[in-house]
Design a protein around this ligand. Structure first.
Ligand code: HEM
Length: 433
């Protein structure tokens, strides 16, 4: 990347490709979205999408360019604009609701340096592998319960609904100290928070509303805030050894963390940590079903499980994008990005980039190194990555010895979501070991 000195014309992405990359429904069909990404990587790795109803944006599809942008959080901001893609009407709705901001949430993803670093440091140590590793026994208990539940289906079930969906939520909620009876509410709110574009996830009163996703997001956020306000109050009065207590009692520049910032933190962790992980677990099993030599390898040698976890996350890439905003004119991948231009980082595309991954559509747990960017890159790189990988490793360690074979019992179904997506359903038939 170099400071820009020369003007170049902006390559405009063909309309049907631009629409495909932006539309939530494309992400429910791997063939559609990955074809579009492949075309872009080959023909226009940095191109501008001009789609009716949206502000123009650069679509960034190559692994190297995504890393280049994300590693420099001063040149490319998250918070000057919405770091999540929205149409103009939805952003206008959010601005109206927040009194001018398109962010609406004081969480890490909506912060830039130097404030971002200050807030990230509050919990960075807690999420390091050394600290997280101490939770292994606690997490294993939850994994064993989930596997027991799965095996109770005796041969046929939905891998998402009956297995993968609940475990990561239970882990996060246990670490937070949230009582198990509140978990269904947390699950529902997260699905509304991320799934507003999918008609099956929308609240009834919002069907057919053009800004349904923004409204769902706002309504879910309000419910989250009410819930966490009460819990944070409890933890201030009676501190426990949990993450909620750590955040609720944090201080920035000597002053207690604000209500919005504390709630922003809780919501980020509560929402970021489970749909992503459960989709990656499901993707791991789907990958082994489609490419069964991997199943055999894991059965023969459990030491392959860390490779399975990384490949599951790469192949699934449950986070479809984050946006960045250029703070000055700058060149990336041979294109001149102008100050205030918006860029969409397409992680699933970077994770199928032929320049980095051999035969990238293949599910292969022996890839080494597996330099995927499903967790993003640079200062905003996923805070919970070590926890996600630990949870997944433990779950597969507990599950795999109990199944002798597994196959699809129906077509997999993916969520219609251009932000956080993944599996809605994976019907499976299995034989116990
Ligand atoms: C950020 C992916 C699990 C908490 C992110 C980002 C991605 C991501 C792509 C944005 C990175 C960037 O902007 O460069 C994933 C995936 C997961 C996962 C694929 C599971 C397989 C988790 C878990 C937690 C978590 C388990 C917490 C318990 C966060 C937080 C951020 C974040 C707080 C914001 C970090 C920041 O802006 O500084 N994640 N995540 N994630 N993730 Fe995750």
């Amino acid at each position: 990347m170099a400071s820009a000195t020369r003007a170049t014309s902006r390559p405009i992405i063909p309309q049907h490709i631009a629409e495909t990359v932006i539309a939530a429904r494309s992400y429910a069909d791997d063939a559609v979205i990955y074809d579009a990404f492949k075309w872009l990587r080959e023909n226009m790795p940095l191109g501008v999408a001009e789609v009716e109803g949206f502000d123009p944006m650069w679509i960034v599809t190559r692994h190297a360019d995504i890393r280049e942008v994300e590693k420099n959080a001063k040149l490319f901001h998250n918070a000057d604009f919405n770091p999540v893609l929205n149409d103009r009407a939805s952003d206008d709705f959010t601005r109206e609701m927040t009194g001018g901001s398109v962010s609406g949430l004081a969480s890490l993803t909506y912060m830039d340096p130097p404030v971002h670093q200050q807030y990230r440091m509050l919990t960075a140590n807690w999420f390091l592998p050394g600290k997280i590793g101490k939770l292994e026994d606690q997490i294993r208990v939850l994994a064993k319960q989930s596997v027991e539940h799965f095996l109770s289906f005796d041969g046929e079930c939905d891998f998402v609904r009956d297995f993968a969906l609940h475990y990561p939520l239970r882990v996060i909620m246990t670490l937070f100290g949230v009582p198990p009876e509140d978990e269904p509410k947390m699950l529902k709110l997260t699905q509304e928070f991320f799934g507003g574009h999918d008609p099956e996830e929308q609240r009834d009163e919002m069907k057919d509303d053009p800004v349904a996703a923004a409204k769902m997001w706002a309504a879910a956020l309000e419910d989250f805030f009410q819930y966490f306000d009460a819990l944070a109050e409890k933890r201030r009065a009676e501190p426990q050894d949990d993450l909620l207590t750590l955040i609720a009692n944090s201080r920035i520049n000597g002053a207690p963390i604000g209500r919005d910032e504390a709630n922003g933190y809780f919501v980020a962790i509560a929402t970021a940590g489970h749909d992503t992980t459960s989709s990656s677990v499901t993707g791991g099993m789907h990958g082994m079903i489609e490419f069964p030599e991997n199943f055999e390898k894991v059965k023969a040698d459990p030491a392959m499980i860390p490779g399975l976890v990384d490949e599951a996350i790469r192949w699934t890439s449950p986070v479809k994008h984050f946006m960045r905003n250029a703070t000055q004119d700058v060149e990336v991948g041979g294109q001149l990005i102008r100050s205030m231009d918006r860029l969409m980082m397409c992680y699933p595309s970077g994770n199928r980039d032929e320049a980095v991954f051999d035969d990238p559509d293949r599910f292969d747990i022996t890839r080494s190194p597996n330099k995927h960017i499903a967790f993003g890159f640079g200062p905003h790189m996923c805070l919970g990555q070590h926890l996600a990988k630990l949870e997944m490793r433990i779950l597969f360690e507990e599950l795999m010895p109990h199944i002798a074979s597994i196959e699809l019992a129906g077509p997999p179904k993916l969520v219609e979501a251009n932000f956080v997506g993944g599996y809605k359903s994976l019907p499976v038939r299995f034989r116990k070991a």
